[in-house]
Write a protein that binds this ligand. Structure first.
Ligand code: PLP
Length: 391
């Protein structure tokens, strides 16, 4: 794509996703971007780097293409690619100073809560957990000054929806930055920087990569300000960079993101509706259902509702595990965002400290035919009850 920066911004998301960071290789004309594996780059005798690259931990051409694409898709001034979503989140925390205070979504991704309990205190950072989808709780927490409000919407795995605009206003009034983990939504469905957030985080391991074969994370910043510089410094010195090959895989995943997300959303919506009507299901957590408490907010801030669905079976832990055990198409595995549908008993995956209800099952709805997915869940819900579990 040869469009200039401002022309590029006026293009539709789908067009940008196909072309961003995808200029033909100047040396060969190759349409698919080259993977530059080189760890070091030629310098002049005085150390100057005529091509703009010095050493792989600082940056490299393949990672730079990915970052250009992510910045465009998220609508930010600059992006940084990391070795994982956790590394991206940790780099933000490591960029805060001792004495800083974070207000974190209480039902955020499990490992971020472990980051808070096992690391932040050692780094002299205080962390308060709040129900981020309840603005009154956020406001009360901000009665004491904070540096960072860390939201995750939709949240993993309860699918709670935080009102980004409202929480951004509260955070800014309290002098804090707002970070939004938008992993479940992706920039195809939700662009927090357009709604008041300062930083957006993605685990690119999920939908952006899209094929369950690459690990990565990203941060996109609304402004290329001093905080961006601090995070860049953390990545450069502490070293949680994305490898060239992983950058290339995520960039390739981005090319089909819009098309995949459309199908993920359609399939998840069909699955959620089926589950909501099933007598063996106690509750479905999916913001696309009009009965979901987050539906109103999600309809305002998301273009569609995503491919993740959680549901609670009628019964206990054993009953939920029996249903998970009985699927034939849904593969039993954690993670999300690949083409294949996955199912997991979330409390078991998170372990003994999990706060997830024991009867909750999380689905990453893939790109199979929705009728096959629904048939699979129907037989699993039926099979589970035939195995004698309580109703
Ligand atoms: N954010 C969310 C919402 C996640 O679900 C995950 C992982 O599942 C992460 C961040 C962490 O990403 P990674 O596994 O790439 O470190």
């Amino acid at each position: 794509m040869t469009a200039t920066g401002s022309e590029e911004k006026s293009l539709n998301f789908e067009t940008r996703a196909v072309h961003a960071g995808g200029h033909p290789d100047p040396e060969s004309g190759a349409i698919a971007p080259p993977i530059h594996l080189s760890t070091t780059f030629e310098r002049k005798a005085d150390g100057e780097t005529p091509h703009g690259y010095g050493y792989i931990r600082e940056t490299n051409p393949t990672q730079e293409r990915l970052e250009a694409a992510l910045a465009t898709l998220d609508g930010g001034a600059a992006s940084l690619a990391f070795s994982s979503g956790m590394a991206a989140g940790a780099a933000v925390a490591q960029s805060l100073r001792p004495g800083a205070r974070i207000i974190l979504t209480a039902d955020s991704y499990y490992s971020f809560r472990v980051l808070a309990s096992d690391f932040l205190q050692n780094w002299g950072i205080e962390c308060q957990l709040v129900s981020m989808h309840r603005p009154d709780e956020v406001e009360a927490a901000l009665a004491r000054p904070a540096d960072l409000v860390w939201a995750e919407t939709p949240s993993n795995p309860l699918m709670n929806i935080t009102d980004i605009r409202e929480v951004a206003a509260l955070a800014h009034r309290g002098g804090a930055r707002l970070l939004v983990d938008g992993t479940f939504a992706t920039p195809a469905l939700q662009r927090p920087l357009e709604q008041g957030a300062d930083i957006v985080l993605h685990s690119t391991t999920k939908y952006l990569g899209g094929h369950s074969d690459v690990q990565g994370g990203s941060l996109t910043f609304l402004h290329k300000d001093d905080f961006y510089e601090r995070v860049l410094h953390v990545r450069h010195i502490l070293g949680a960079v994305a490898s060239p090959f992983n950058s290339w895989l995520v960039l390739r995943g981005i090319r089909s993101l819009s098309a995949r997300m459309r199908m993920h959303c359609a399939n998840a919506s069909a699955v959620a509706q089926f589950l909501a009507s099933h007598e063996a299901v106690e509750m479905v957590h999916y913001p696309g259902l009009p009965t979901d408490p987050g539906h109103g907010t999600a309809s305002r801030q998301m273009l569609a509702f995503g491919g993740m669905v959680s549901f609670r079976v009628r019964g206990d832990r054993a009953r939920a595990i029996a249903v998970v055990a009985a699927t034939r198409i849904f593969v039993r595995a954690t993670s999300l965002g690949g083409v294949e549908s996955l199912i997991e008993h979330r409390a078991s995956s998170e372990g003994p400290l999990s706060k997830v209800p024991e009867n909750l099952i999380r689905l990453s709805v893939g790109l199979e035919h929705p009728d096959d997915l629904i048939d699979d869940l129907r037989q699993a819900l039926q099979g589970g009850s035939e195995s004698g579990a309580p109703s």
